[in-house]
Design a protein around this ligand. Structure first.
Ligand code: KIV
Ligand code: ZN
Length: 524
């Protein structure tokens, strides 16, 4: 059970980690996840040891409601939170979704800054205070664990912010969150704001002070750390820094900053740091949003040493150029490359060291896939193994769920200066359909035309990415396709990996098509 802590300072305070990957993170353009993927992420967050999982905004859509309810049912050991505006219908809906949780939290919010009061809400200060208090009281009628957020708090006049915070704590809020909604504040300003709240709000000791920093100026992590240094007791953050616009404070960065610099912050979290890289990979996989190679903590290059001087130093003494070890954040220790002569035990050991637990049948299937891949390419790298394991762990996330379209075969013809043709056979429920696309714009355009003829849906491509999973000309290509779905007004993603990039593209496209179809019948 997540423990509520006080803001009181002792030698090493525990900071509550409130993860909002599934709520604010899912608001990143293109990052929508289906129910199965959200459940997978929620389980990973529990293993990671986050204290609070903000699972969604239940009134926003039936899909959000369902996701919060299902997550609330399965999560043990972390609090599950649902977001609500200070509106009775929102709060009632949030509680309906959360009621089966072991440790439910309702998070109510209302904007407080002058700009929001005047232009968005058209409400006076008195009306804002009254609405915020009503919201907290209504939530409190359902559960004891209530968080209030004065949206755009960092641009709110400090006197008014103190008044709102005092009133909402008096109404029963156990956490008061100070969002930098537009990512505008700076570290010294954040320190000042938190200190002022702690000094001026008379009942501040009755609640945990939290921060929720957006990254518009690239200062979300620094602002969150400044808040902690000033006395805040909770940080809201998201895996890989996902979130609206430029995102939220990156969980992996803020957690490792606190752990690595406990001497400075005198604070730590209960996060299991070895789960950071696997959780980052999972979130990247289910959202299709790639982690930049040079990203702190979880980027592929975060522990790579290129220059000879650095390599020499690290070989002599790792700490010459490393302030954390790769293993401490969950990267595999042994980077020996596997190949076609490697056995099942070696593969199993590598999968384990990469942070995965597979059932026997999943391991058998992964070994089969590994052998097939090792026949096609000389060296099988960790990134290849991760791609194989990801396919075993969530086949529906990539393609081929029952009832969906499946790829049977394809052939293509192309040459410079002439039209490309792409012939494809897809099957649905065992019934095969064949079509040929012909396009001047190359084989991928011809592929889209052929698939469109079969599935009968308009395929509006919004983004298309191919990336080599590892080095070498025989590397697997990972393809992510994003389609604009006019009906749901959303971006739908498909993803697949193969040594043949045309096959990967076709499978990724078909996976996206399956998601578009499923969202129309409300399945995913
Ligand atoms: O950025 C923000 O202000 C939010 C609130 C709902 C906490 O996401
Ligand atoms: Zn936010």
């Amino acid at each position: 059970m997540a423990s509520i802590i006080t803001n009181a300072s002792d030698s090493c305070r525990n900071i509550v980690i409130f993860d909002t990957t599934l709520r604010d993170g899912e608001q990143s353009p293109g990052a929508s996840m289906n129910l199965q993927e959200k459940l997978e992420v929620a389980k990973a967050l529990v293993e990671l040891g986050v204290d609070v999982i903000e699972a969604g905004f239940p009134i926003a859509s039936p899909g959000d409601f369902e996701a919060v309810r299902e997550i609330a049912k399965i999560v043990k050991g972390s609090s599950v939170c649902g977001l609500a505006r200070c509106v009775p219908a929102d709060i009632d809906r949030a509680w309906e979704a959360l009621r089966e949780a072991e440790d439910p939290r309702i998070h109510v919010f209302l904007a407080t800054s002058a700009i929001h009061r005047e232009f968005k809400l058209r409400m006076t200060e008195d009306e804002i205070v009254a609405r915020a208090v009503e919201g907290v009281k209504r939530a409190k009628g359902y559960c004891s664990n209530v968080e209030f957020s004065p949206e755009d708090a960092c641009r709110t006049e400090i006197d008014f912010l103190c008044r709102v915070v005092e009133a909402t704590i008096a109404a029963g809020a156990t956490t008061v969150n100070i969002p930098d909604t537009v990512g505008y504040t700076t570290p010294p300003e954040m320190t000042e704001r938190i200190k002022t709240l702690l000094n001026r709000v008379p009942n501040i000791d009755k609640a945990v002070i939290s921060v929720h920093c957006h990254n518009d100026l690239g200062m979300a992590v620094a602002n969150s750390l400044s808040a902690v240094a000033a006395g805040a007791g909770q940080i809201e953050c998201a895996i890989n820094g996902l979130g609206e616009r430029a995102g939220n404070c990156a969980l992996e960065e803020v957690v490792m900053a606190l752990r690595t610099r406990r001497d400075v912050f005198k604070a730590d979290t209960r996060v299991v740091s070895q789960r950071l890289a696997p959780t980052s990979r999972l979130v990247s996989k289910v959202t299709g949003l790639k982690v930049p190679r040079n990203k702190a903590i979880v980027g592929q290059n975060a522990f790579a040493h290129e220059s000879g001087v650095h390599q020499d130093g690290v070989l002599k003494e790792r700490t010459t150029y490393e302030i954390m070890s790769a293993e401490s954040v969950g990267f595999a220790k042994n980077d020996l490359v596997l190949g076609k002569h490697s056995g099942r035990a070696a593969l199993a050991a590598r999968i384990k060291s990469l942070g995965y637990e597979l059932e026997r049948e999943q391991l058998d299937a992964a070994f089969e896939a590994f052998k097939r891949l090792a026949d096609l390419k000389k060296d099988v790298f960790d990134a290849d193994i991760i791609a194989i394991v990801d396919r075993q762990l969530s086949p529906n996330a990539s393609s081929d769920a029952a009832g969906d379209w499946e790829v049977v075969s394809y052939s293509l013809g192309c040459a410079s200066g002439s039209e490309s043709t792409f012939e494809v056979v897809l099957s649905q429920g065992g019934v095969e359909k064949k079509a040929t696309g012909t396009q001047e714009n190359g084989p991928v355009a011809a592929m889209f035309a052929a698939v469109q003829q079969i599935v009968g849906l308009p395929l509006a491509l919004s983004d298309f990415k191919i990336e080599a999973v590892s080095g070498g000309s025989d590397a697997q290509g990972e393809v992510v396709v994003f389609l604009n779905d006019d009906a749901s007004k959303s971006t739908v993603r498909g993803q697949a990996t193969s040594t043949d990039v045309f096959e990967a593209t076709l499978r990724a496209l078909v996976s996206a098509v399956n998601r578009v179809q499923a969202s129309r019948v409300g399945e995913k």
